[in-house]
Design a protein around this ligand. Structure first.
Ligand code: ADP
Length: 796
């Protein structure tokens, strides 16, 4: 697999050596020249076309064990050996030589006359060498000596320019540091200087490019791991990439050593082996965590651990020792690759996310691995682009697997969150209905009892009852409001509104509730007393109630003011500054920004005496924000606070005046006949009481179906329609009536806060939310019955 390429350059393997020998013999064309006694091995390349191609110096060389010779023809013969090879290879050298030692390899090359400069390309040679041409030293890598102490190893690839027609080469090699012995696996190439140099530059560029790419990939995945709060495949793949990126430039052709020529050999060989063991280990852990259901966990952990043990040995021992154990490791490596391949195949079969891409990538790298092994045996010579694109294919595919998985997990989480939100909204909406419906009865009945001349003690009890019920309603409403805001369901219903009269009502309510004789409530809203503006009256009242409620809560004595000033007025619009101020405890400067956050209150030392859930200001601010307005605060700690905002309203035509007049009438609905459609007895009772009080008569249907049958356009002036009923709901009943051409106003009475759109769609004219304020209900009814009153006036 991907780890193979470094092997030829360092570790030894006897069987491979034999193969190489066999294969290389086939391609060698050598001659021998000289006297009877001394025959010099010569490679005759005089007929070779160096203009168009390059060749290698593979074949027979003279070998002098434990001798350093220079190049020349008047010298004695050595043994004939096949080169490139390692001197520990028994078959090639006909005897068993130790790994540690030194020797000279000699060959003479006859070159054609050439005008373009030629060069030798020298691979890394185990583990130090120098080259003589005749008597001159022309190249050196490390320092070959005769003992461990006098030898200094180094690996690099070199391009060595050559001149002349005859090259009498003597390659002096020393190895005392590596268990594989002296020598090399890659051939020495000979050819055009320009071509060899260009190939060298291109190969280095590809290696650096790949290294940069893989390193950045690694960084990216590590970053994703950190921010994904622990998705392990990201961590292991990130580490694998970073470790492997070193191997591209720090092994094989060693481009890193071109950039750092003085890099210590001991360091570099440690890093070379360490990066192999660690990256295999990370890859195994990556595969294990990527497809946990398909991967034999224990086996993978064992393989990863073995690689880690090899890494530990590498750190703790010398190259002479750890370069020996690589032969054993080769088996672990092959087992790891085969297992990974099997896991990807199984994951693909089981249709796991990203498995097909992972399988493709492992196929791509397995093909490369196969070629590398063939190259190792000398059967093929792999070109750099094949290696480059195979790596590119492998890393690109593997890195696609993770985003694929990331996106999949993200989508799943999103789906889950959406479902969760939906469930939460449904739950809250049901709860709202369930809590608000009985609360409607409680509040309604309390109102009715208040109007039926209760005894003094009963009056007091009723007040407490109403206060508590309204408080509970407030909390339920706040939580629901927040829920609707989160779900983006909150809508603003503009209607003609008299801000002055709303402020008046809210103030009266808050004053009564606070019941504090030391606080004076002042209303400065006369400037808008005769104006109707288009806004959501309910929301405006809610904002005032929140702010005035807070002011009352946090003010022991002094004043609470509600002020509306006109800043600008045109024919269509009016700009107002609306402020609620108090002389209460005030808010410390450092807390002024946070009190608008939900569930936030000023430090407990200030608030512990005050109840509240910390929702009011957050809701208020958001409601205003929906209308494009920002809630502002001026406050001095210990002196008081003012919450204010500036808002532009559209002016309305004052048609509502008529209704207000009617409301003052004690029986404003006299002679009006209304159809009540409602299934809950309590609610019917409450409605009956109110309607009777307002002078109306009524019929009752307990479900939609009954209503459709019972409705009579000539008798019923208006329908009050509950929505959720057995047999047939209010929506269906309305739709049927509208289809029959019924024009009579139908008003929905519901505890379901999120139903405005469906109500309109079904054909209902308006809605009144339960539990309702009786005045509000009357106001809406009157609004729709105005034409009837007009008719009646005309008839009269
Ligand atoms: P709560 O229901 O706790 O009052 P709010 O969101 O309405 O929640 O207010 C948040 C906090 O802001 C209050 O707990 C209080 O500490 C502070 N606060 C709000 N209005 C005033 C005010 N008029 N005077 C002093 N402190 C206030």
């Amino acid at each position: 697999m991907s780890f193979i390429p470094s092997l030829p350059s360092a570790p030894s393997n006897t069987i491979f050596g034999i193969f190489i020998l066999l294969v290389l013999n086939i391609s060698t064309v050598y001659g021998q020249i000289g006297t009877d006694k001394q025959t010099i091995i010569t490679r005759d390349l005089r007929a070779f076309d160096f203009d168009n191609k390059d060749t290698t110096l593979n074949g027979s060389w003279d070998f002098f064990w434990l001798e350093y010779r220079k190049g020349g023809i008047s010298d004695t013969r050595g043994e004939v050996v096949q080169f490139p090879s390692f001197w520990t290879d028994k078959k090639s050298y006909n005897r068993s030589l130790p790994a540690a030692g030194y020797a000279t390899y000699r060959v003479t090359i006859l070159l054609p006359p050439h005008t373009k400069p030629l060069a030798l390309r020298l691979p890394d040679i185990n583990s130090s060498y120098q080259i003589y041409e005749g008597d001159s030293l022309i190249c050196q890598d490390g320092r070959p000596g005769t003992t461990l102490e006098t030898t200094q190893p180094h690996y690099s690839n070199k391009i060595l320019p050559i001149s002349g027609d005859t090259l009498r080469l003597a390659l002096q090699i020393a190895n005392f540091h590596h268990s594989r012995g002296g020598g090399m696996i890659d051939p020495i190439q000979i050819g055009s200087l320009e071509r060899l140099q260009n190939a060298h530059t291109l190969n280095s560029a590809m290696d650096w490019f790949l290294t940069g790419l893989i390193f950045i990939m690694g960084l990216l995945f590590l970053g994703l791991y950190i921010f994904s709060h622990g998705d392990r495949p990201l961590l292991f793949f990130g580490l694998f990439c970073m470790l492997y990126s070193y191997r591209i430039v720090g092994t094989s052709t060693y481009p890193l050593h071109d950039v750092l020529p003085n890099m210590d050999w001991t360091w570099s060989i440690h890093l070379e082996y360490l990066s192999l063991f660690l990256s295999v280990s990370m890859f195994m852990l990556y595969t294990k965590s990527l497809f946990p259901k398909d991967a034999p966990q224990k086996l993978l952990t064992a393989l990863a651990s073995i690689s880690l043990i090899f890494a530990a040995i590498t750190i703790l021992s010398s190259p002479l020792f750890f370069s020996k154990i690589i032969d054993i490791y080769l088996a672990i490596l092959l087992a790891s690759i085969s297992l990974a391949f099997y896991i990807y195949w199984k994951a693909t079969y089981n249709k796991r996310v990203g498995a097909t891409i992972a399988l493709l990538s492992s196929i791509s790298i397995s093909i490369l691995g196969g070629f590398l092994i063939l190259e190792y045996y000398g059967i093929v010579n792999l070109s750099k682009p094949i290696i480059f694109f195979s790596y590119l294919g492998f890393f690109s595919c593997q890195s696609l697997v993770l985003p694929f998985r990331f996106a999949y997990i993200l989508n799943k989480a999103k789906e889950k969150a959406v479902l969760g939100l939906k469930a939460k909204n449904e739950f809250l909406s049901t709860m709202s209905h369930e809590i608000r419906t009985p609360l409607n009865s409680v509040i309604g009945m309390a109102h009715i009892m208040q109007g039926e001349n209760p005894r003094e003690d009963q009056k007091a009890h009723l007040e407490v009852l109403l206060f508590a019920a309204n408080n509970l309603l407030g909390i339920v409403n706040n939580i629901l409001e927040l829920n609707r805001m989160e779900a983006g369901q909150l809508t603003i219903h503009n209607e003609p509104v008299n801000l002055h009269s709303i402020a008046k009502k809210v103030m009266i309510g808050i004053r009564a509730a606070s019941n504090n004789p030391n606080v004076e409530f002042i209303q400065n809203t006369d400037s808008v007393a005769n104006l109707l503006v288009l806004t959501d009256g309910q929301k405006f009242a809610q904002i005032l109630a929140n702010l005035l409620g807070n002011a009352a809560k946090f003010t022991k004595q002094g004043q609470i003011k509600c002020t509306i000033d006109i800043l600008e007025i045109t024919e269509q619009n009016i700009q107002l500054r609306i402020g609620i101020s108090d002389t209460g405890i005030g808010i410390p400067l450092e807390k002024q920004a946070i009190i608008f956050d939900r569930f936030t209150q000023v430090d407990s030392t200030f608030t512990r005496n005050f109840e509240g859930a910390g929702l009011g200001l957050s809701i208020t601010k958001q409601i205003l924000q929906m209308q494009g307005v920002d809630l502002q605060l001026n406050s001095v700690f210990g002196q008081g606070s003012e919450f204010y905002w500036i808002q532009t309203f559209e002016l309305s035509t004052p048609y509502i005046k008529n209704i207000t007049t009617s409301v003052e009438n004690t029986a404003p609905l006299s002679d009006m006949h209304i159809l009540i459609v409602e299934d809950i007895k309590m609610n019917i009772l409450v409605l009956q009481k109110f309607l009777t009080k307002w002078g109306a008569t009524f019929d009752i249907s307990t479900n939609g179906k009954e209503a459709v049958t019972q409705f009579d356009e000539s008798r019923h002036h208006l329908v009050l329609m509950d929505l959720h009923m057995p047999v047939m709901d209010g929506y269906q009943a309305t739709e049927i009536l509208r289809k029959q051409g019924v024009k009579t106003p139908i008003i929905a009475l519901t505890a379901d806060v999120g139903s405005a759109n469906e109500i309109a769609k079904a054909g209902m004219n308006d809605l009144v939310l339960k539990p309702y304020n009786p005045e509000k209900l009357l106001e809406v009814i009157l609004n729709y019955l105005q034409p009837k009153f007009q008719e009646r006036k005309i008839q009269a």
